[in-house]
Design a protein around this ligand. Structure first.
Ligand code: TXA
Ligand code: MG
Length: 337
């Protein structure tokens, strides 16, 4: 798997065509989306999909999302056997393109490698012109997990992709920083009640408003998660040890020389008590959920500059908006299964 990874730029029109050509020929290209960079392969080719699992070192029982550029294309990939699922799909898909992934029964054209062992498939239309252009040129769906080696933080710029997948994939199409920086929310419309299988950038309240139905959460990594990806270690930067602690415990870490991830308000409160030791490293992120999410993965990568230090992540003290999704990612970054 030692290939030279081409660096392509989304501002060069020929590079966009070249990205689509490489995927057409069965290759792997990291593409920008509004959430995170995805590792794209031809979504209808078993061989190409197998190479995604290999390049990412991804367990085969963690299924992939197929990305489409039109609702017609999505409809070729799914079955909607009941009126309820038809209505739910029509309502949610009318919100596309956006950071919302829909799980439905899969049609016979979906290769089994997309979601080994499941009779469902996850579909999303990304809100990103360049990514949609590549899918249109290809005229096929692309299978696209986040473009990082499994267990590492998701990539929000081309440099993050290179830092874990260089020489393992054919190309990266550099489209600058992702505007959201946090993955899509995943909702399963095949359950009795529509069920969120992964929290992300799209608000649960907005899904409920769109469906006019109560939406449930199934995020547990132990009790039969409906989204197998929930069960794996994720988002972890390479540092000595990672802990996720409550704000009440911050004082003790403030005066130790660990690396710290805190919010600006937490930083201001602690600064009143005194300075941190020399050479200690601290990143403080905004107290606004959207802005925090936007810099989260980049911050996790930055801590890798201090691989021999312990990293302490302090829980932000908020519950509204996409804070639950952010806190779940932080918890998982520190979790050792
Ligand atoms: O924002 C995103 O969703 C990004 C960009 C690239 O689109 N993609 C992404 O893919 O985050 P990935 O593979 O890192 O995460 C996909 C999630 C996993 O948690 C997986 O278990 C779940 O979606 N998933 C995929 N297919 C599923 C299915 N048929 N049933 C349940 N969960 C599924
Ligand atoms: Mg991922």
């Amino acid at each position: 798997m030692n290939k030279t990874t081409l660096l392509l730029s989304s501002s060069v029109p020929q590079h966009i065509t070249q990205a689509a050509d490489i995927i057409k020929q069965g290759g792997l290209v990291a593409l920008p989306t509004e959430t995170v960079y995805g590792l794209a392969a031809d979504g209808l080719s078993s061989m190409a999909i197998k190479s995604i699992y290999e390049a990412k070192n991804r367990p085969q029982n963690n299924p992939l999302i197929l990305h489409v550029s039109s609702i017609e294309q999505a409809l070729t990939l799914i079955e909607l056997p009941t009126d309820i699922t038809k209505k739910r799909f029509a309502k949610l898909a009318s919100l596309w393109p956006c950071a919302l992934t829909i799980i439905a029964k899969k049609s016979c054209i979906v290769p089994k490698e997309v979601s080994y062992g499941l009779d469902t498939v996850a579909i999303r239309m990304p809100d990103h012109k360049i990514c949609l252009k590549v899918i249109e040129l290809l005229n096929r769906p692309v299978a696209m997990p986040s473009a990082n080696i499994s267990t590492r933080p998701s990539p929000t710029c081309a440099q993050h992709v290179i830092s874990t997948l260089n020489n393992r994939i054919d190309a990266v199409l550099d489209g600058g920083e992702c505007s959201l920086g946090l993955e899509s929310s995943v909702v399963d419309i095949t359950q009795k009640n529509p069920t969120i299988a992964r929290l992300g950038s799209f608000l649960k309240d907005d899904i409920e408003t769109c469906l006019s139905e109560r939406v449930e959460l199934n995020l547990s990594s132990k009790n039969n998660p409906i989204s197998p990806g929930q069960a794996f270690l994720h988002y972890s930067p390479k540092v000595k040890k990672i802990s996720y602690v409550f704000e009440d415990d911050l004082e003790k870490y403030w005066f130790s020389d660990c690396s710290l991830l805190i919010t600006k308000l937490q930083f201001e409160k602690m600064s009143l008590l005194g300075n941190r030791p020399n050479l200690s490293f601290c990143i403080c992120l905004p107290d606004n959920d959207i802005l925090y999410a936007n810099k989260l993965y980049d911050s996790l990568y930055q801590f890798e500059r201090y691989p021999n230090k312990d990293l302490v992540i302090v829980e932000p003290a908020y519950e509204h908006g996409i804070w639950p999704a952010i806190k779940e990612k932080l918890f998982k970054a520190a979790m050792k299964l």
